[in-house]
Design a protein around this ligand. Structure first.
Ligand code: ZN
Length: 388
C-alpha cells in the first residue's frame, strides 16, 4: 500500500469555544468546534505542532468589510453586557436570531482571527482548517443568520493581499450571501455556492442560477429538498469540471458547513457524511498547489446543528486535510465522548461502528431527478463564465 504524504495541515482552535455561546435555546447553543477537537484527540489524529491557537482579528482587519459603527456597537454591547434598542434595530443584534451572550464580540473576532490564520497557513505552504469560521451571512453593518463577523471575507482578503486570486466554494446548506455580496465588484474572487433553494430556505432571496454577478463571478446552484448523494455528486461534478476549465484562481477558501447532512435538524438535504467527505477530497485534489505540492486550501466551518454528525464529519475533513486514514471502528474514547453529549436527537447511535466506511451507503443513492438535471443544464447554459 502506498503511504500517504505527511500532514501539512493546521487546525486552528481556542479553548474559548468550550464556553457555550448563543444560549441553550439557539440552534448554535451546542458543542461544535470543541467537540470536533476532542473527537480528533480521541482518535489520536493530531499532533501538538498541527494545532494553532486562534488569535483575535484586529479592528483594522475587520474594517475592511464591516462598518466602524457596527464594530463599535458590538464592542460596546460586550463591554456593557447589554444591547440597547437602537443597536438592536440598526444592527440586527440582541434578538433570537443573533442573540447577545458573554464574549459577544470577542468570540466571533477570535473565530475571524482563526480564519485569517487559515489563510496565513496557505501562504506558508500548508492547508488551514478554521472550524469556528464560515460565518457567511454576516453583512457590513449588521448580523445576519446567526453570523456576526464575516470571517470568510477576512480570509479571502488575506489571500488577495498576497496577490492570489481566490475561488470561494460554499457547500453549506444555505446560500453564501454575505461573501457573494462582498465581492460583487471584485473580479479577483469567484464564488460557487450550492445550497437549498431560497424559495423554501433561508435567506429566502438571492442565490438563484440567474444571479451571476457583475463580473460573472458568482456561480449559484440552488437545489430542491431531499437532494440525495447521487444527485449531489452528479450536480457538483458537472459544475466543478466547468469551473476547473473556465475559472482562473490560485487558491480556494472552502466553507464547509455540515447542515447538508441528512440528520441535520435545519437542513433539508439527504447527504451522507461519506458524500460530504468525497466532495472535500475532490476539491482538495483538483486545485492549484504551493511549490511544495500542498493544495492551496483554507477550510472554514459554517452551519451544522446536529453536534454528533457535525463533529464526526469535521473529524473526517481533518483526516482528509492532514492525510490520515481513520480506523473504521470508533475508538472507545470517541464513543464515550459522543454518548456524553446531551443531545436528544441521537437517532443514529447504531451508526457509529460503520461511520467511517469509505463505501457510499446505498440508502442515500436514489437516482437523479429530472428537476436536478434541468437546473444544472440551465446553469451551464446561461452562466457567462461557464459557457463554451
Ligand atoms: Zn447553513
Amino acid at each position: 500500500m502506498l503511504s500517504k504524504p505527511p500532514s501539512s495541515a493546521q487546525f486552528i482552535f481556542s479553548d474559548r469555544y468550550r464556553k457555550h455561546s448563543y444560549g441553550a435555546n439557539h440552534p448554535l447553543g451546542i458543542p461544535r468546534v470543541s467537540l470536533t477537537y476532542d473527537l480528533i484527540q480521541a482518535f489520536n489524529a493530531i499532533t501538538d505542532s498541527e494545532v494553532i491557537n486562534s488569535r483575535q482579528a484586529s479592528i483594522d482587519e475587520l474594517i475592511a468589510f464591516h462598518t466602524p459603527e457596527y464594530l463599535q456597537a458590538m464592542q460596546k454591547s460586550e463591554d456593557q453586557n447589554k444591547i440597547t434598542d437602537s443597536y438592536r434595530k440598526k444592527h440586527n443584534i440582541g434578538n433570537f436570531e443573533n442573540p447577545y451572550f458573554p464574549g459577544f464580540f470577542t468570540t466571533p473576532a477570535t473565530a475571524t482571527g482563526g480564519s485569517i490564520q487559515a489563510a496565513e497557513a496557505v501562504l506558508k505552504g500548508n492547508i488551514g482548517f478554521s472550524p469556528a469560521g464560515g460565518m457567511h451571512h454576516s453583512m457590513p453593518d449588521r448580523a445576519n443568520g446567526f453570523c456576526f463577523l464575516n470571517d470568510p471575507v477576512m480570509a479571502i482578503n488575506h489571500l488577495l493581499n498576497a496577490g492570489l486570486s481566490v475561488l470561494y466554494v460554499d457547500i453549506d446548506a444555505h446560500h453564501g450571501d454575505g461573501v457573494e455580496f462582498a465581492y460583487r465588484h471584485n473580479p479577483e474572487v469567484s464564488t460557487f455556492s450550492l445550497h437549498m433553494d431560497t424559495g423554501y430556505a433561508y435567506p429566502f432571496k438571492g442565490g438563484e442560477i440567474e444571479c451571476t454577478g457583475e463580473y460573472s463571478n458568482a456561480i449559484n446552484l440552488p437545489l430542491p429538498k431531499k437532494t440525495n448523494d447521487s444527485e449531489y455528486e452528479w450536480a457538483f461534478s458537472k459544475v466543478w469540471e466547468k469551473i476547473l476549465s473556465h475559472v482562473e484562481f490560485d487558491a480556494v477558501v472552502l466553507q464547509a458547513g455540515t447542515d447538508i447532512l441528512n440528520p441535520d435538524p435545519l437542513g433539508k438535504f439527504q447527504i451522507s457524511t461519506q458524500q460530504f467527505l468525497k466532495t472535500v477530497e475532490t476539491i482538495k485534489s483538483s486545485i492549484p498547489s504551493s511549490e511544495n505540492a500542498v493544495s492551496r486550501l483554507a477550510v472554514l466551518g459554517g452551519g451544522g446543528y446536529h453536534p454528533l454528525s457535525l463533529s464526526r464529519c469535521w473529524l473526517g475533513v481533518w483526516a482528509i486535510l492532514s492525510n490520515r486514514q481513520l480506523p473504521e471502528q470508533l475508538p472507545q474514547a470517541a464513543i464515550e465522548l459522543l454518548r456524553n453529549i446531551d443531545w436528544d436527537m441521537d437517532e443514529d447511535e447504531d451508526y457509529y461502528p460503520k461511520f467511517f466506511q469509505t463505501r457510499l451507503d446505498d440508502a442515500y443513492r436514489n437516482g437523479i431527478r429530472d428537476e436536478i438535471k434541468i437546473r444544472v443544464e440551465h446553469l451551464l447554459k446561461i452562466h457567462p463564465r461557464l459557457n463554451g
